[in-house]
Ligand binder design. Sequence first.
Ligand SMILES: Cc1cc2nc3c(=O)[nH]c(=O)nc-3n(C[C@H](O)[C@H](O)[C@H](O)COP(=O)(O)O)c2cc1C
Length: 182
Amino acid sequence: MELMEAIKGRRSIRKYKPDSIPDEALQKIMEAVRWSPSWANTQCWEVIVVKDPKIKSELASTLTRTNPALSSMTEAPLIVVLCGKKGISGFKKGEPATIKGDWLMFDTGIAMQTLCLTAHSLGLGTVVVGLFDHKKAEEILGTPPDREVVAMTPLGYPAAEGFAPKRKELSEFVFYDKYGKK
Ligand SMILES: Cc1cc2nc3c(=O)[nH]c(=O)nc-3n(C[C@H](O)[C@H](O)[C@H](O)COP(=O)(O)O)c2cc1C
């Protein structure tokens, strides 16, 4: 699939078929994550692939009932949880190298986009889920204190197309030379 086609064609998928995913596809997605860029190549990300229906239900219970991705958490054959190791991305000799502190959110965000685009190129759907009780999810998954659960996504074959929410025009966010200059 051509890159621009993948970028523009990827949608948040919230309806899934129960069909399982070939292991080669899952490995390909993880291999793509592996090659994501990261701060000084620190690769702070870790991935938990959840197939166990009980754990999937428990993770679903960390979402509010109004989260539009709620049903997709148990519908899809698996959930991929993206975690980050704290205190390495954006750090130099144990100290934050910039005023931004930990760049964990940035690096795991890139990794998640890599994951979503690769999944899409293989005919698989994803929806980034960020609105949930992170502490509860960490308890369910047993992540150690120096790790953070950042986001998760159901992964599976789409049962329905997502619709494309409207995007801002380039003129609304691209400036030249100085902020605000069009
Ligand atoms: C960091 C992040 C968190 C998100 N959290 C949720 C969520 O909790 N529930 C949900 O249904 N969608 C969530 N989304 C999906 C966005 O709503 C979606 O990407 C956006 O509306 C654009 O639609 P598209 O992905 O189809 O292009 C999240 C997306 C991102 C990047």
